[in-house]
Design a binder for this molecule. Structure first.
Ligand SMILES: [Zn+2]
Length: 63
């Protein structure tokens, strides 16, 4: 089971055209809303697709 939390950063296998491969999680669910850390673009991706295209999770620091 993919464990994601709002505020976590995920690193994808394929970088965004802007050059950044890191995305911040804005909302989780069946679909996950991600914000590119390079250009600020927001995308919606299916959780299952994210799981397959993800390389690493960088957990959010404890509040
Ligand atoms: Zn970008």
């Amino acid at each position: 089971m993919l464990k994601l939390q709002t505020g976590d950063v995920v690193r994808l296998k394929k970088p965004h055209p802007c050059g950044s491969a890191e995305w911040e999680i804005l909302r989780t669910g069946v679909d996950v809303r991600l914000k590119c850390r390079g250009c600020g673009r927001i995308i919606l991706i299916a959780r299952d697709k994210l799981r397959r295209s993800m390389r690493q999770i960088i957990p959010v620091k404890d509040p």
